[in-house]
Design a binder for this molecule. Structure first.
Ligand code: UP5
Ligand code: MG
Length: 195
């Protein structure tokens, strides 16, 4: 039908807040398609023919934010290819450039239903990422990159969360609990969305 739009839930929170972990559970329970912007960028970087490879590489290591044209086109492509309607977009939009770019390209085809905000103390986030860094192979799970990721999050992403809070779209979750306890709180948000 011509007026058909994608349903989108943005999932935000600091590095290591548990976005990816919770998205897997939401996908399983509520049938949303999980799209991690970071995972899409890391996958794109692996492609030998990607024109964006070096640029992505540099941003991930520096904890800075890849230009929205790249990220948004990866998201849009994944959405179209899935043939599904309901999406969890994990780790995006991270700054004003991301937000403006999304609105420019996606406003006519997608509706943002909710913004899940996983709120987690910095020291807990750092601890989780450093622990994961022992085995993850992620080149940004080290203290040096983490400092930059946290600064980017505080300076650039928090204002986006505030932007959506003013629109009454934010569901804030205490992410400093066990995975199961966090998911219990998450479930309530999705049950309310479905009713
Ligand atoms: N863990 C999870 N939940 C736990 C809990 N409740 N209790 C105890 N442990 C818990 O979890 C992190 C670790 O903590 C795991 O080991 C997990 O088992 C444990 P995870 O679910 O992976 O957290 P998440 O919030 O997804 O952390 P992630 O590191 O992925 O967050 P970032 O936002 O930093 O990373 P992302 O992949 O989104 O982005 C990476 C980089 O890509 C960015 O820095 C940026 O350079 C680039 N990027 C863009 O430029 N644009 C974008 O739009 C997106 C990314
Ligand atoms: Mg993640």
């Amino acid at each position: 039908e011509p007026n058909h739009k994608y349903n989108v839930v943005f999932v935000l929170g600091g590095p290591g807040a548990g976005k990816g972990t919770q998205c897997l559970k939401i996908e399983e329970t509520f049938g949303y398609v999980h799209l991690s912007a970071g995972d899409l960028l890391r996958a794109e970087r692996q492609k030998m023919d990607s024109t964006f490879r070096e640029e992505i590489e540099k941003h991930i290591k520096d904890g800075s934010i890849v230009p929205v044209e790249i990220t948004c086109s990866l998201l849009r492509q994944a959405m179209e290819e899935s043939n599904k309607d309901n999406f969890l977009i994990d780790g995006f939009p991270r700054n004003k450039d991301n937000l403006d770019g999304w609105n420019h390209v996606m406003d006519s085809v997608a509706v943002v239903r909710k913004v899940l905000f996983f709120n987690c103390p910095q020291d807990v986030c750092v601890g989780r990422c450093l622990e994961r860094g022992k085995t993850s192979g992620r080149e940004d799970d080290n203290m040096e990159s983490l400092k930059k990721r946290i600064k980017t999050y505080t300076d650039s992403t928090m204002p986006i969360i505030e932007h959506y809070r003013e629109k009454n779209l934010v569901a804030e979750i205490n992410a400093n609990q066990s995975t199961e306890e966090v998911f219990n709180d998450v479930k309530k948000v999705f049950e309310a969305l479905a009713s």
